[in-house]
Ligand binder design. Structure first.
Ligand SMILES: Cc1ncc(COP(=O)(O)O)c(C=O)c1O
Length: 445
């Protein structure tokens, strides 16, 4: 493959954009390819190379790069009407009504402009609602670029994970290992009266994809109830991706007090949302006292894109299609791994998939979870499969980034650039895309 034009563009970008990009994860080695356009389930780069795209904008693009006609028409008509006003519009109400109808925890919604803004606002809301400062988060969980959650370490010994954040923020954050009911119970025993909320991705989707072990979310729900804290599910990735229109909370049957959304809920445009019980969400200004505001919040073009995206999914076989291809990919990759790298763990659910380059595995794979790790205690892999962020971080992360990802790219398959981030199937992907991808896995692993 020729990458001359991308290399030149990156050279220019390095002079005017820090690291040559606007989001760190895009700075792949030795240089990223620059995208010229999308086409269904594919992207075409500045040198004319075509890739099967499993990155899908890191999740928002449920339909790939060609929007269904009603979605496209709604966007065009809102653009034509003038993009925004600083006054309310009907489409915001319709979108909030849709969320309230479909997502178990949602009665009311505040729309914002990014997943980060949603989690920042949700944490402020929980603190305002409870009058407490501390939040429990999962080690290896990701909630965007916010001061309270960019922390590393353990409960009682947490520190900012990046320069620029005062230690005081980390003092109020209690990180615990995902899937460890004892650890979170101990933290509640020690700090229960000070905890405003548990903030958790229902599936660790930014750390390899780790599903909850049986009963974990129920434990979190009980601890929050018993201690007067809020349970916040961060469904920025899983929302309308896992569990269809009911989201991961519907799939797992655990209802949080507050849910944060992003990505799909804006149909490919910048978005975030905080939904939940009416008595909690109404504490946002102007109905309540917890300040929350934004020039672009509830942007009509975004609202139209998000709402029509979800309506189309409600009326067509979208989730059947993406989940079926997701299963096919996970099954196919499992077979290839069994042959080439039996220690690797294939993970994911619904339309999410990834392979964690775990270093050890069982000798006999007979009876292992089919179609990706489901944290089934009867699976021979159970004692080896990652249960939390640290387990994923112990995988061969360099191999993914420096060898495997590059090889897949050269074979025309675009995967997320590091070991940790999920990959996404879209409605535009085809059986042929799956076959091409599996052949590339076979050649690259
Ligand atoms: C679970 C989760 N929460 C929050 C965010 C932040 O969203 P955004 O990048 O839109 O700010 C992300 C981004 O990937 C995410 O995966």
């Amino acid at each position: 493959m020729n990458h001359e034009r991308s290399r030149e563009l990156y050279d220019r970008a390095l002079s005017v954009l820090p690291g040559g990009v606007n989001s760190s994860v895009r700075a792949t080695m030795p240089h990223p390819f620059f995208v010229e356009r999308g086409d269904g389930g594919h992207v075409i780069d500045a040198d004319g190379n075509r890739y099967v795209d499993w990155v899908m904008g890191y999740g928002p693009l449920l339909y790939g790069h060609d929007l269904p006609e009603p979605v496209s028409a709604a966007i065009q008509s809102h653009v034509a009407a003038g993009p925004m006003y600083g006054a309310p519009t009907e489409v915001e109400v319709e979108h909030a009504e849709f969320l309230a109808r479909h997502v178990p925890s949602v009665e009311m919604t505040r729309f914002v402009n990014s997943g980060t803004e949603a989690t920042v606002s949700a944490v402020r809301l929980a603190r305002g609602h409870t009058g407490r400062d501390k939040i429990v988060v999962m080690q290896g969980g990701y909630h965007g670029a916010q001061e309270s959650t960019l922390v590393a370490g353990e409960a009682g010994d947490a520190h900012p994970s990046t320069p620029g954040i005062p230690e005081a923020f980390a003092e109020h954050t209690l990180p615990v290992p995902f899937n460890d009911p004892e650890a979170v119970t101990e933290v509640f025993e020690e700090h229960g009266d000070d905890i405003a909320a548990v903030l958790v991705e229902p599936i660790l989707a930014n750390k390899g994809i780790v599903l909850p072990v049986d009963g974990y979310h129920e434990t979190l729900r009980d601890l929050c109830d018993d201690n007067g804290a809020l349970l916040i599910f961060d469904e920025v990735i899983t929302g309308f991706r896992v569990g269809g229109l009911g989201c991961a909370q519907g799939k797992f049957g655990v209802t949080p007090d507050v849910t944060t959304f992003g990505k799909i809920v804006g149909g490919g445009f910048p978005v975030g949302a905080i939904g939940g019980r009416a008595d909690v969400i109404e504490e946002f200004t102007p109905s309540g006292d917890v300040f929350q505001s934004g020039t672009f919040s509830g942007h009509p073009v975004t609202m139209a894109a998000g709402l029509e995206t979800l309506r189309y999914a409600a009326e067509n076989d979208v989730y059947e299609h993406v989940n079926r291809l997701g299963e096919k990919l996970r099954e196919g990759i499992s077979e290839i791994c069994a042959d080439r790298a039996p220690e690797y763990t294939v993970v994911g659910t619904d339309s999410l998939f990834k392979t964690i380059f775990t270093r050890e595995g069982p000798r006999n794979l007979e009876g292992q979870c089919s179609g990706g790790c489901r944290q089934d205690p009867d699976c021979p892999r159970y004692d080896y499969c990652p249960k939390n962020g640290a387990d994923v971080a112990n995988a061969e992360t360099d191999r993914w980034e420096r060898v495997f990802w590059q090889e897949m790219k050269e074979r025309g398959v675009f995967l997320t650039a590091n070991q940790f981030e999920s990959q996404f199937v879209s409605y535009a992907h085809t059986e042929a895309d799956v076959e091409e991808t599996l052949a590339a896995y076979e050649a690259s692993l």
